[in-house]
Design a binder for this molecule. Structure first.
Ligand SMILES: [Zn+2]
Length: 484
């Protein structure tokens, strides 16, 4: 007998089996018992959270032959229930929109929908990954979805709701499936292991549940992998030996080190991830994705729907996201994208990546240098003719010219911390030091102490072991050590 993967073998059979989606199960059950079943449902959520399972349970509930009408407790034993569970029922038609994207597929569906079901109460169309349909196909679907024959029900499922036209969404009853919590996944895995007569250490189960990232199917697939390795017992050693290093976990850890400005620890994470088989290209990609998530959490709020973060991880990520600001995020993302493109053609790709990670860890310092330069720039002397006064951003200062190792420009701190208007300084700046033209020329002592008092500027000065120079005004001198 062939082996059935756990995800199929232990697929939820009834509403009560749906792990982590209790609210949806209750709503659907109530709809059936109160005879308020809609003709179109839209299930959305990430992969492996129970959309297809729920669609099949609903189909069974509507068509179970053991009952006189739709029932919240399908028997799971009649011909209809059994066939639906396998996805092979004659009246419950499952369509994978990813491979049936065309308008012709939907026209066929429409024509078929006109015929009554062969043996059941309803003809039910389950369209998976519905966002993959072409525009023409969506349009063809629209009319049927609006006023289907009485014997037809639609259950649409998608992982990318934003790609489904509003006209479709508004004709369906929408259910948002949540990522499944670690606790729920761990609980289900434990019960599966018990049924499989496998002894498992709890740390292994928890670890698998965390790696599953909110997807029950991913969790069960991992368990399959472990079982084929470990036989009848899942001991803790197996974690190190078999479980794939969770790349996104490593990336998340790396970003925490970056926030701590701990370049060495961040580099260790790079080593770990590449050592586990990740390519440099893919590594950059996952860091960029992670940064985008953090940026949106930071700018749009911790409960934003624009990112897909498991509930369990949301708080932790939200607090990490607060440790950078918008300008730093844009800097980091564009810098990494540049690195990702250049590593493909470079023989020193690993060095480029390592340098980029160090740069990430120090990105706040780069912002500080720019802040420093901005402040000095705006503190230029008032007695210079207005025409000679450099406009902000007009002439790039020597030290700010991007070097080859600095693909993207560090964010100008002025964006979030505007320097005081230059006009205010015209009155407050008498003290130029003609004898030492290099140092702090054009910066009043009041300005100097104000700028120098800023802890971030202090840190930048310490870091580069220098003092306040106005590089705009002393192009002949050697620029202070720049950021590479
Ligand atoms: Zn049945």
């Amino acid at each position: 007998m062939s082996y059935t993967v756990l995800a199929r073998k232990y697929r939820s059979k009834t509403f009560d089996d749906l792990v982590g989606q209790e609210a949806i199960a209750t709503t659907l059950k109530n709809a059936i018992t109160s005879d308020r079943v809609h003709h179109g449902y839209l299930f959305t959520g990430t992969r492996g959270v129970g959309k297809t399972s729920s669609a099949r349970v609903l189909a069974k509930a509507l068509n179970c032959l053991e009952s006189d009408g739709p029932t919240a407790k399908p028997c799971c034993a009649c011909e209809s229930c059994l066939r639906v569970a396998e996805g092979e029922d004659i009246d419950v038609i499952e369509i994978d929109a990813a491979s049936n994207t065309g308008v012709d597929n939907i026209r066929d569906l429409r024509d078929n929908a006109a015929y009554r079901p062969a043996r059941s109460r309803f003809k039910i169309y389950i369209i998976d990954e519905v966002h993959m349909l072409s525009t023409g196909a969506f349009n063809a679907l629209l009319k049927t979805l609006e006023e289907p024959p009485d014997h037809v029900k639609f259950i649409l499922a998608t992982t990318e709701i934003h790609k489904v036209p509003a006209t479709i969404v508004s004709r369906c009853q929408r259910f948002d499936f949540r990522s499944i919590g670690v606790e729920d996944i761990a609980g289900h895995l434990t019960s599966v292991l018990k049924k499989e007569n496998v002894e498992a250490d709890e740390t292994v189960v928890r670890r698998v549940a965390r790696l599953a990232n909110g997807s029950m199917r991913d969790g069960l697939s991992l368990l399959d992998q472990l079982l084929s390795y470990g036989g009848g017992r899942l001991a803790p050693e197996i974690i190190e030996e078999v479980l794939p290093a969770a790349h996104d976990e490593t990336v998340a850890r790396m970003m925490a080190h970056v926030a701590d400005e701990d370049a060495a620890a961040a580099l260790a994470c790079v080593e770990e991830s590449l050592g586990a088989g990740q390519t440099i290209d893919r590594f950059c990609e996952s860091v960029i994705t992670h940064l985008r998530t953090l940026m949106l959490l930071n700018l749009c709020g911790a409960d934003t729907e624009m990112v897909d973060v498991p509930v369990a991880a949301r708080d932790e990520m939200a607090s990490l996201s607060a440790r950078f600001d918008g300008a730093t995020y844009t800097y980091m993302i564009s810098m990494l994208e540049e690195v990702r493109r250049s590593v493909r053609s470079s023989n020193a790709s690993r060095a480029l990546l390592d340098a980029a990670v160090v740069r990430l860890a120090l990105s706040r310092n780069f912002s500080q240098i720019d802040a420093l330069l901005d402040q000095i720039e705006s503190a230029a002397p008032s007695d210079a003719p207005a025409a000679a006064q450099p406009k902000p951003n007009a002439t790039p200062a020597v030290a700010r010219k991007p070097t080859p190792a600095e693909p993207a420009k560090a964010p100008r701190a002025s964006a979030r911390r505007p320097a005081a208007p230059a006009r205010n300084r015209e009155t407050a700046q008498p003290s130029r030091q003609p004898s030492r033209p290099r140092a702090t020329s054009g910066v009043s002592s009041a300005d100097k102490s104000r700028i120098g008092g800023d802890p971030r500027v202090q840190k930048a000065i310490e870091l580069f072991d220098g003092s306040l120079y106005n590089v705009e005004r002393t192009p002949q001198t050697t620029p202070p050590p720049s950021d590479d």
